[in-house]
Design a protein around this ligand. Structure first.
Ligand code: DC
Length: 221
């Protein structure tokens, strides 16, 4: 049976995951957050002291990353351990950005990502979904927002927390990750030629959800 595959790519902090999660729940699709898979490998690299490209490439075959979907919600398993709640720190963000530039790491996750898409109606978000993972997706969306807007959304999310970094640090991290993700040699962050651009800089959450839901309905109806 042919499954419906929607690809959503874009830079860090554009809201891909929260938007995809809501749209997927409304449509009864599974939301696959591929960034979480790279984050799990980043966490492995931190824990095992193998952050350098040749170090992580040498052990990648032993790094077992799988996804579970509980009530539509994704859990990431690293060598059998549910690490979903341990992969959102700034340290893991930077490690994920680093390991995701390693070809062996990308190859390791590609088959799993393709398999999930072949078996389920999905919205898959990441950086290279439309360009590499699902080149024949039913619909490709490139969701972006200015770096300043992404940093200020992140700051608003974190500001109640005791260890909230200053806005300037968040902006610097976002710019650094954009730089890493766009300029790596393999599967760089890029808008696929047939992807539709959604710039959410001056849009609210619900407006983006409604826009993307309407685009998907139009595609599958
Ligand atoms: O979307 P995120 O911030 O959780 O992603 C974490 C890192 O993984 C980010 O630096 C980019 C990388 N990534 C990638 O290279 N390819 C993907 N399909 C998804 C994420």
């Amino acid at each position: 049976m042919k499954t419906v595959n929607i690809a959503i790519d874009g830079p860090s902090g554009a809201g891909k995951s929260s938007i995809s999660k809501k749209v997927a729940a409304d449509l009864g699709f599974i939301h696959v957050d591929t960034g979480a898979m790279y984050r799990a490998i980043g966490l492995y690299a931190i824990r095992n002291g193998c952050l350098e490209p040749d170090q992580i490439a040498a052990v990648i075959e032993d790094v077992d990353v799988t996804l579970r979907f509980i009530g539509g919600s994704q859990r990431v398993m690293l060598c059998g351990e549910d690490v979903t709640d341990h992969i959102r720190t700034p340290e893991v963000s930077m490690a994920a950005s680093k390991v995701s530039a390693v070809p062996a790491v990308r190859a390791h996750l590609l088959d799993l990502q393709k398999k999930i898409a072949a078996e389920n109606d999905i919205i898959m978000d990441g950086r290279d979904i439309g360009s590499v993972v699902l080149p024949h997706a039913d619909l490709k969306i490139f969701l972006t927002a200015s770096a300043e807007e992404r940093a200020s959304r992140r700051y608003l999310e974190l500001r109640e927390k005791p260890d909230c970094p200053p806005y300037e640090d968040i902006l610097r991290d976002i710019r650094q990750r954009d730089e890493n993700d766009m300029h790596r040699a393999i599967a760089p962050l890029t808008q696929a030629p047939d992807a539709v651009l959604v710039d959410s800089t001056s849009m609210g959450f619900n407006e983006v959800v409604d826009t993307i839901t309407a685009m998907i309905r139009e595609t599958i109806d």
